[in-house]
Design a protein around this ligand. Structure first.
Ligand code: A3P
Length: 301
């Protein structure tokens, strides 16, 4: 989609969202909250009919875990490895797709980039049946909560008038859009041995992005030369993506590309809140492989 028509579409969506009261901005579907404007009930119902392809490049993430970063990485990796530009026509999240977008997706050439924040048990079954490769990015819950909090307060799509303390409690009880972070992680834990699934973390990618990009390309069978790996790395730094965001994310670039660091939670959490999150993490994720991969002690204590 050309930047101007994307800009018009986003502006219209934000305008519609701005007309809703905060309490109308989320709705519940099968027990889970979703943004009313972007994921109306009909989209969520239609999602089940999505026709997966074996060679789709699929990206899954809980909100605010680095999804847009990985969209940038995957677009660049596909463009480099296949020498075709991925046209940014399909909204990056399946649950945002209107019936017209769905048609566009059905007709899009392979490899299609498809993404979702949906809980893995709610990802359309055709992706598992086709053994579509899925990259899942996780982020430590403290930084993610901070990112989600700011996203609410700077984005008309989501309820905005929430204090830090209120949002903190809602997050811990899972009463936020796309549901509980802990349920999400635990559900992927059960799929860790599936060779079609690759798990990465935001923290390890910030540490060594080139290595991550090389591995991600190889996982999807999109082999890159070392020069291409370096090119993609340079194009997908936080600074580069923020700078380019007026093209890629017109009107919402500054909201999505906020700070891009590990450890911002330290400027937000009280000692009591930090302890409460530690307790929740220990209760739900201690002893899990994903819990270990998140390296909670290093990044959150
Ligand atoms: P912060 O709010 O902590 O800055 P998502 O895309 O899933 O909504 O995640 C958004 C978070 O990813 C934001 O975190 C954003 O700054 C960060 N992010 C986006 N692009 C990034 C990049 N290239 N490198 C590192 N972090 C990035």
């Amino acid at each position: 989609m050309a930047a101007q028509s994307m800009r018009d579409k986003i502006t219209a969506t934000l305008q519609r969202a701005g007309e809703l009261r905060d309490e109308e901005k989320l709705h519940r579907y099968n027990g889970v909250l979703y943004p009313t404007i972007l994921c109306p009930e009909q989209h969520l119902k239609d999602l089940g009919h999505t026709k997966a392809r074996e060679d789709d490049v699929m990206l899954a993430a809980y909100p605010k875990s680095g999804f847009n970063w990985m969209v940038g990485v995957l677009k660049n990796v596909i463009a480099e490895a296949t020498a075709t530009k991925v046209v940014n026509e399909i909204p990056p999240l399946m649950e945002f797709l209107s019936p017209e977008d769905m048609k566009m997706m059905d007709q899009a050439p392979s490899p299609r980039l498809v993404g979702t924040h949906m809980h893995p048990d709610r990802i359309p079954g055709s992706f598992y049946a086709k053994k579509t490769k899925i990259l899942v990015i996780f982020r430590n819950p403290k930084d993610m909560l901070v990112s989600y909090y700011h996203f609410h307060n700077n984005n008309l799509i989501l309820p905005s008038g929430q204090s830090w303390d209120t949002f903190f409690s809602k997050f811990l009880s899972g009463d936020v859009a796309w549901g509980s972070y802990f349920d999400y992680v635990l559900a992927w834990e059960g799929r860790m041995d599936d060779p079609s699934i690759k798990v990465v973390t935001y923290e390890e990618l910030t540490q060594d992005p080139s290595r991550g990009i090389r591995d991600i390309g190889a996982f999807f069978g999109l082999t890159l030369t070392e020069a291409q790996v370096q090119k993609v790395t340079a194009a997908t730094t936080f600074e580069a993506m923020k700078k380019n965001s007026d093209e890629t994310h017109p009107t919402i670039g500054n909201v999505i590309f906020r700070k891009g660091v590990v450890g911002d939670w330290r400027t937000h959490f009280t000692p009591e809140q930090s302890q409460e999150m530690d307790d929740a993490f220990n209760k739900r994720l201690a002893g899990t492989r994903l819990g270990a991969k998140l390296d909670y002690q290093k990044h959150c204590q």
